[in-house]
Design a protein around this ligand. Structure first.
Ligand code: GTP
Ligand code: MG
Length: 479
């Protein structure tokens, strides 16, 4: 059984971020040095890039699981962990990226077009980076975030200017082989072509691409023959060419009914109505073929088709055909808006979403907090470390989560879930604990041990706090 490789399911996993390090500088005779734990490295992204020398998705059919490397954890002595390496996957021009539900995530057309299919996790901050004027010696670090894991589907929609359609053995592949340098498989049995062939044609000053699709038969729309699946390859073309066989000896077929049948199947497929069409009568090197062509030509012209008589084998009528196609293609290109020359980078989701929502989830009897920031902060928290948990509470409080919980009607002891239903951290709310913490000061410090701060010091501390918030914001908004 032949496998079709113009549609594959791909499982991609970006690298995890490395954990931050909690460490205290040690030096002889200086027992209490400052915090010197470095940050974890970023996990590598999984990136799809169009490479025009790649023509199939075969590679991904054979190995559909791909993972980028993890970031390394930070170390003491302020050493940051190394970033993970991005995994770059090359795909053919015209690859469409879909999610498992069939939604289009990206349509990759043009050399170098890039799509980040899975984003690497951020590295966690080490305790050196977490230190501030008010939290001089944090005894914790942030965890690295897990990288994205995505199931995606890649579909190839050939990017060709001209598409050849017709019955099996009408001579579509033969035509490509004589119009271009492509060498597709040609044989006198039906369904020789199983995946589209692509050729480049030069006619005068116009260069265009031409593709065939596996042969169509009546009922293709119901899945007969190879079905209509391959018609997606003609969706991007600017002109359709009906290749009709004038030399078949089957009693129930003649070129005009063949044309009607194919048109009916195209209609079933849909979306191709606006494409100009021309008719090629092939195999006129055979005397009966020429006679039949002469006979049906007026009928076809009456229907409004431009008709070309050719022989792919004797190589006649090809020049006229290739120049006529060039003209149609040039016209279609002129009508299209100019393509962006720049590389497009498409990310699977927006980078920033500063907001959050609090809703009461009746089913689970919890107040559910959703939002990019709070959910990220939870992922970064080492719940075995009380100080880290306290830091999380401070962050949530500062974002206003506590206030919103209060407004939503939450009382002490109520369940609060941060995150989606499948993936949430649930805890009992203790608003007084946080209020108490505010009174006592932030985690990692204790007012009672310090002399009252002079005004200038308080100002500096406020500035430091502001800087920290800014850093957090910057870290979250790389652009
Ligand atoms: N005499 C003659 N035979 C031709 C001509 N063009 C193609 N053929 C023959 O017709 C047969 C089918 O040709 P292909 O080019 O493989 O046909 P196809 O339309 O690509 O067929 P599928 O891939 O099966 O859909 C081969 O044996 C070719 O040699 C022609 O102009 N004259
Ligand atoms: Mg063929």
């Amino acid at each position: 059984m032949t496998t079709f490789v113009d549609r594959v399911e791909l499982h991609v996993a970006a690298g995890n971020g490395g954990h931050g390090c909690a460490s205290v500088h040690r030096e002889k005779f200086k027992p209490l040095g400052g915090p010197d734990g470095g940050n974890g490295g970023r996990g590598g992204d999984v990136i799809l890039v169009v490479d025009q020398s790649v023509t199939t998705l075969l590679e991904y059919h054979h190995s559909p699981h791909r993972k980028a490397t993890n970031g390394k954890p930070g170390e003491g002595g302020n050493r940051s962990g190394k970033d993970g390496q991005d995994l770059v996957l090359t795909v053919p021009d015209g690859t469409v990226v879909l999610d498992k539900k069939g939604n289009v995530l990206a349509d990759l057309v043009g050399e170098g077009t890039t799509f980040v299919a899975a984003q690497g996790g951020r590295g966690g901050l080490g305790n050196a980076a977490l230190a501030s004027a008010r939290r001089k010696a944090p005894g914790f670090a942030l965890l690295g975030e897990p990288g994205d894991v995505q199931d995606i589907v890649l579909e190839l929609k050939t990017v060709a200017d001209v598409a050849l359609v017709g019955y099996p053995s009408a001579g579509k592949s033969s035509l490509i082989s004589v119009l271009s340098a492509a060498k597709p498989k040609i044989a006198d049995y039906p369904f020789t072509t199983l995946v589209p062939n692509l050729g480049v044609v030069t006619a005068g000053s116009t260069v265009y691409t031409i593709a065939d699709v596996p042969g169509l038969i009546p009922g293709a729309s119901q899945g007969r023959g190879l079905g209509l699946e391959f018609l997606r390859h003609v969706e991007r073309c600017s002109v359709l060419v009906h290749v009709l066989d004038t030399a078949t000896l089957e009693s129930d077929r003649d070129p005009v009914t063949d044309l009607d049948v194919i048109e009916e199947e195209l209609k079933q497929y849909g979306g191709l109505e606006d494409r100009p069409r021309i008719v090629v009568l092939n195999k006129i090197d055979i005397p009966d073929g020429q006679d039949l062509a002469d006979m049906i030509r007026p009928d076809l012209e009456e229907r409004g088709y431009r008709v070309f008589e050719v022989s792919a084998v004797a190589r006649t009528g090809l020049k006229e055909l290739s120049f006529a196609l060039a003209e149609i293609v040039a016209k279609a290109r002129a009508a299209k808006p100019k393509e962006e020359a720049t590389r497009i980078v498409i990310r699977p989701k927006a980078v920033d979403d500063a907001g959050f929502t609090v809703t009461y989830d009746e089913q689970e009897d919890v107040y559910r907090v959703r939002g990019e920031k709070p959910e990220r902060w939870v992922r970064q928290t080492d719940f075995n470390n009380d100080e880290a948990v306290g830091y999380l509470a401070d962050r949530l409080n500062r974002l206003g989560v506590e206030d919103e919980l209060m407004k939503a009607g939450a009382r002490a002891g109520d369940g609060v879930a941060i995150g989606s239903e499948e993936n949430a951290v649930v805890f009992d709310w203790e608003p007084t604990m946080v209020a108490g913490a505010e009174m006592l000061g932030r985690r990692g410090e204790d007012h009672r041990l310090e002399a009252p701060r002079p005004a200038a010091q308080r100002r500096r501390d406020r500035q430091a706090e502001h800087d920290e918030a800014q850093r957090e914001f910057d870290e979250f908004n790389p652009f």
